[in-house]
Design a protein around this ligand. Structure first.
Ligand SMILES: Nc1ncnc2c1ncn2[C@@H]1O[C@H](COP(=O)(O)OP(=O)(O)O)[C@@H](O)[C@H]1O
Ligand SMILES: [Mg+2]
Length: 237
């Protein structure tokens, strides 16, 4: 579905991503696991084609097509979407408007969509997506909008971060429901507890994919080997 080939990202003298090779299969939950500061969000921005993350070394293919030079909006049109680690605000737009704009299939009710992220539709549909919502509430709205979009590929950057009181089980159920609806999921996290639903895990350390494959094996390796100091040694160009 999505194939990343020898992707390298350099900032100044520092190698943020070092020849990343990854394949995310169709309808697969592929987890990118790694401690803070190792390059996970940077990889998400490269896949999405965010400004400042244009690919100079390496290639990205989506459904067999070379999308390396595609803009963010071209990639979005192909069905790739990203739920940001820090959710955005949209002044003047209600949650109802926002989800209606995202909704791909009119048969999904907005109530069902909000229930997926444990927000009570009666209390939230008319609220604005502004700073009056807490960070956790905005994050849930963003996850709801990804659900509504039915993307081919959903990149979830730390979907559990900042989500107050939303249980791990709810997050896992939410991710599984994306898969059930036909999406491939690239799940980015530093918490191994959330990775149990993965079909495959890739472990990133200091800009390198150090292991990729069987979820249990990679998780065990992470637990044994990746302490908090794992990311402290920066690689220089
Ligand atoms: N715009 C930038 N300029 C310079 N360094 C950056 C920039 N963005 C991120 N970094 C550095 O890149 C590394 C990886 O960051 P990031 O991708 O956010 O990691 P993660 O998501 O795994 O926590 C960090 O060391 C961070 O300080
Ligand atoms: Mg990050």
């Amino acid at each position: 579905m999505l194939k990343i080939k020898d992707l390298t990202l350099i900032r100044g003298q520092i190698i943020i991503l070092n020849k990343i090779n990854l394949e995310i299969g169709k309808n697969e939950i592929h987890t990118l696991l790694g401690v803070n500061g190792v390059g996970k969000s940077s990889l998400a921005y490269c896949i999405m084609g965010c400004s400042g993350y244009e690919i100079k070394e390496g290639k990205i293919y989506f459904e067999g097509k070379d999308i390396t030079k595609f803009s963010l909006s071209q990639r979005a049109k192909l069905g790739i979407t990203l739920a940001w680690q820090e959710s955005a605000r949209f002044e003047g737009i209600t949650i109802e408007d926002y989800l209606s704009l995202s909704r791909k299939n009119g048969n999904d009710s907005l109530e069902e969509i909000l229930n997926k992220v444990a927000l009570n539709p009666k209390l939230y549909l008319n609220r604005e997506v502004n700073e009056e919502l807490s960070g956790g509430e905005r994050k849930r709205v963003e996850l709801a909008s990804v659900y509504a979009m039915r993307p081919k590929m959903a990149i979830l950057d730390e979907p559990d971060s900042g989500i107050d009181m939303l249980s791990l089980k709810k997050i896992r159920d939410y991710i599984l429901s994306l898969k059930e609806r036909g999406s491939s999921v690239f799940l980015i996290t530093h918490r191994e507890e959330i990775t149990e639903i993965s079909d495959k895990i890739s472990l990133i350390c200091n800009g390198d994919i150090v292991k990729s494959g069987n979820p249990n094996k990679v998780r065990d390796y992470f637990k044994r080997r990746c302490g908090k100091t794992c990311n402290l040694r920066k690689k220089l160009k």
